[in-house]
Design a protein. Sequence first.
Length: 234
Amino acid sequence: MIEFKLPSLGADMDQGKLLEWKIGAGDRVKRGDIVAVVDTTKAAVEVEIWDEGVVHEILVQPGETIPVGTVMALLLAPGESAPPPGAKPAAAARPKVAAAPTARQRVSPAARKRAAELGVALEGIAGTGPEGSVTLQDVERAAAAPAAKAPAADRATEMRRAIAAAMSRSKREIPHYYLSETVPLAAALAWLQRQNAERPVTERLLIAALYLKAVALACGKYPEMNGHFREGAF
């Protein structure tokens, strides 16, 4: 029995939220297949599998947040037979996040693509298509609903919180090295010399004035870099 575990999708990732399964019990998978979509607070990431086999049991359901390394599904290796009904596979004897397998959510390819473009989570959308499948129209309605737009701000907050926590932890716990770059200032110094030649001594400019001007222009061009994350808010 093969254990499919939640991998670490970033150096600062401790846990992830399962957004969607792209497989179900009985499906055959091979190395490199996209089998799930996981929210790392920074982004929704498609997760590949690195084993070949047949999906035997889904252990984690969409919407659950689990630690890295949690067994999410069990697979039968090529040639391996399913255990008899009622028998517990060896992997299931260890403490894992377990849940009863559920039917796969039916989603049309157009609806899945549009949901990814709009950033709309497919779970929770009531399908109106054949056999309850989610259609393109269902996704459009969900995106247009006021409640569907609210998580966008929450997601940005969660992303900033995760980045702030990772930056703080890295500053405390990880050895640092620093990079520098030589910036040619001949033209700037020549300009400064010409400006100061026309000014009285008390009004002459220092080179630091140019540095401050450069920082001010950069902050105006990239306002998202000019801030602090304090008391849980940016």
